[in-house]
Design a protein around this ligand. Structure first.
Ligand code: ZN
Length: 234
């Protein structure tokens, strides 16, 4: 599946889990991250490695020369972001980045990064995280689709029962899940349980995952659905 397919599927999967419009960028970051293992994305990965390695290095310098300013949280975050790029750099195509293990790891790291960046601006946080996984050319195209999703959100005024750091992590995880579902429908399939198992997910498993996604949608919207049903009965 190409970036367009993953972007659209990501939006469909992600919309019910978004509590503010800028989180669309997070859904799309999750939906597009797994294909960083592709040769043509090498420029994005290399750029990420240089920047995050630079941040790690600056943190080490601060530790040794200005210890009072050293912040362990920032250091851990910088190392984690470096790992986020090292994984696709060394991975084979449709390897480790297309697994549930990477889904959990990447969603938590990018989610916390977005959470930290919201002190500057929530929109900036979303765009920065999205920019981390796309190049300039793709960013423009993806932003157009994201803005379209933003308008839909603004009209629907969705408000699922998700709060705190989960409202940053979950949109990325759902976007990521949509990528695994999308690739499972292709003839090559996806070994999403690697390294635990080499079992390959195909169309049937994609349907099961879509079913799980639907149950999750019902769960986060249960209060709204219940109140709607009660309102109808009364
Ligand atoms: Zn893929």
């Amino acid at each position: 599946m190409n970036w367009k397919g993953h972007t659209i599927l990501g939006l469909i999967f992600g919309l019910p889990f978004i509590s503010s419009p800028e989180q669309i960028f997070l859904v799309l970051a999750g939906a597009l991250y797994p294909d960083l293992d592709h040769d043509v994305k090498e420029d994005i990965v290399k750029r990420g490695i240089y920047i995050s390695f630079g941040l790690v290095f600056i943190n080490i310098l601060i530790y040794y020369f200005k210890n009072d300013y050293f912040n362990l949280d920032l250091f851990i975050l910088a190392v984690s972001v470096l790992l986020i790029y090292l994984i696709p750099y060394f991975a084979n195509h449709r390897g480790i980045t297309h697994t549930f293990l990477a889904l959990v790891f990447v969603s938590i790291i990018l989610g916390f990064l977005a959470l930290k960046l919201t002190i500057f601006s929530p929109i900036l946080a979303g765009v920065v995280v999205l920019y981390m996984v796309v190049n300039e050319k793709l960013l423009g195209k993806v932003l157009v689709i994201a803005l379209f999703g933003w308008i839909i959100l603004d009209i629907l005024k969705l408000n699922p029962a998700i709060s705190g750091s989960l409202s940053y992590i979950l949109p990325i995880a759902i976007g990521y899940l949509s990528h695994i579902v999308g690739d499972s429908t292709t003839p090559a399939g996806v070994k999403a349980f690697y390294p635990i198992s080499d079992y390959k997910l195909r169309k049937k498993e994609a349907q099961i995952l879509t079913g799980i996604w639907f149950l999750m949608v019902l769960y986060v919207w249960k209060d709204a659905i219940l109140s709607l049903l009660i309102f109808k009965i009364i």
